[in-house]
Design a binder for this molecule. Structure first.
Ligand code: SF4
Length: 466
């Protein structure tokens, strides 16, 4: 493991407040999702349908991209293509400058984080106002999101209260969550109305109409995209669906898996700029379609990952995420889905710790609404890391020695006869709290003491053999 990753994990494990914050939110998310799934008799059939819709789009990506572009242009939108994060930021900043923007409002978009848009806007001297409540908290704290659905999951409500008291013009008493929401609303309202440009992501790009769909629970996406003169959408090319009915099938899966609700409070379809007779809407509507490694995933054995709906269920059910939180992963996307995506975005050389920070218990795949085989994809990265020689010499040497031993039964028996009694010297009440060469394991949890006899010895004894 790299020292940077280990240091982040150590810091996260030592932070008791972080653990409380993670347990509160992921615990609620898991129980709400479980109730929603139990109340939906056809959930497994819906999952299979969701998987098939996304697989079909991935297999016909070029066709649906062309159809989406054609229909979006026909609706009055301007479509831009970005091969990578730099191009995407350049396009967005260029559009903001063209609009003479000094202030932009932004609705939560993990793609925006992925391409580094907050940083690019700051460099361009454009004020960025995060309008999602959790993103607002993250912005006030000078943080980055730690969860793809609840970006401020790492903050307790007590910490949020302190932040609002220090930063809001009119925080009030902040005695309840409702009072905190009221404080944020008062703080953000004027910003919504004054912004020159509104930037959003997209949950779905609907090919047969050229519309984009956003889902939120706060209505902030609507206030971000409607009052400003210009609406810019940044979306990954994998967000495509053939039609509205396909979007609705996936939406039912997405919302139940994310929050346990049947539908989000706000589900909005944006189709081109304001037309004659419309009461409101932007004068210009831009859609920036971002590749940033996605095309390469098609040919790199990662096509299934393009089905991801960004629901966050795999994070909420991941035993590793629930202990270390999102920041320890070090990338834009944490948890199991992040451990698959970060090597695509940042390179395997700098992130090959992530696929290894997994117990492979399969819970993520069990809860994924589109049945992405996350453990298989993580094993694929491990395999590639080995083949590309990225494992340290100590690991390679240990695996070589292990291979040598397990291929020679006599040597294996001899080694276990020596190792087991030695390990038992360090055992207390069935557990080993510390042992030479095992510090990486025992620093944070005990190791089970080996049985007095090997499995083979026990079998022989049962059969009455010596
Ligand atoms: S991998 Fe599956 S469970 Fe995880 S965020 Fe994506 S869709 Fe949700």
């Amino acid at each position: 493991m790299s020292t940077a990753f280990t240091a982040r994990v150590d810091a996260a494990l030592a932070d008791r407040t972080l653990k409380i914050a993670i347990d509160r939110t992921t615990g609620t998310a898991r129980s709400k999702r479980a109730a929603a799934v139990a109340a939906w008799p056809h959930f497994q059939q819906a999952r299979a349908l969701g998987r098939d819709i996304k697989a079909h789009v991935t297999a016909n990506l070029a066709h649906y991209l062309a159809e989406f572009e054609r229909n979006a242009i026909a609706s009055g939108a301007q479509v831009h293509w970005a091969r990578n994060a730099e191009e995407a930021c350049e396009i967005v900043i260029g559009l903001c400058r063209q609009a003479g923007a000094r202030s932009v409002t932004r609705a939560k978009s993990m793609l925006g984080e992925e391409i580094g848009l907050p940083h690019a806007l700051a460099e361009a001297g454009i004020e960025r106002v995060e309008t999602d409540l959790a993103e607002h908290i993250v912005q006030l704290a000078g943080d980055t999101p730690s969860h793809i659905v609840w970006p401020a999951l790492h903050k307790t409500r007590e910490q949020v209260g302190e932040l609002f008291r220090a930063n809001h013009a009119d925080p009030g008493a902040l005695a309840s969550v409702e009072a905190m929401v009221g404080s944020a609303r008062r703080q953000l309202r004027a910003k919504f109305m004054a912004a020159d440009v509104g930037i959003s992501g997209a949950n779905f790009l609907i090919a047969d109409t050229g519309a984009i769909c956003t889902v939120t629970n706060e209505g902030n996406a609507e206030l971000t995209t409607t009052p400003p003169r210009v609406h810019i959408v940044t979306a990954g090319i994998e967000k495509l669906v053939p039609s509205l009915s396909h979007a609705m099938s996936l939406l039912r899966l997405l919302v139940r898996s994310a929050t346990g609700a049947e539908l989000t409070q706000y589900t909005t379809f944006h189709c081109g700029p304001k037309r004659a007779g419309d009461a409101d809407g932007p004068q210009a509507f831009h859609i920036v379609l971002v590749d940033n490694g996605r095309s390469k995933m098609l040919t790199d054995g990662l096509a299934e990952m393009l089905s991801c709906l960004r629901c966050g269920a795999c994070l909420n059910h991941c035993v590793v995420y629930r202990h270390i939180g999102g920041h320890a992963y070090g990338g834009t996307y944490p948890g199991p889905m992040g451990s698959v995506l970060t090597p695509v975005l940042d390179g395997l050389e700098t992130s090959n710790d992530l696929p290894k920070a997994c117990t492979l218990n399969g819970q993520c795949q069990e809860v994924c609404p589109v049945m992405i085989p996350l453990p298989t994809l993580l094993r694929g990265w491990r395999d590639r890391s080995w083949r590309e020689g990225l494992e340290p010499a100590t690991v390679r040497g240990a695996v070589w020695a292990w291979r040598l031993m397990v291929m020679r039964p006599g040597l294996y028996r001899l080694a276990t006869r020596i190792a087991v009694p030695m390990m038992r010297l360090f055992a207390r009440r069935g557990w080993i709290a510390a042992m030479p060469l095992a510090g990486g394991w025992t620093r944070h949890r005990d190791f089970p003491a080996p049985a007095r006899q090997t499995f083979m010895d026990q079998i022989r004894q049962q059969r009455g053999q010596s």
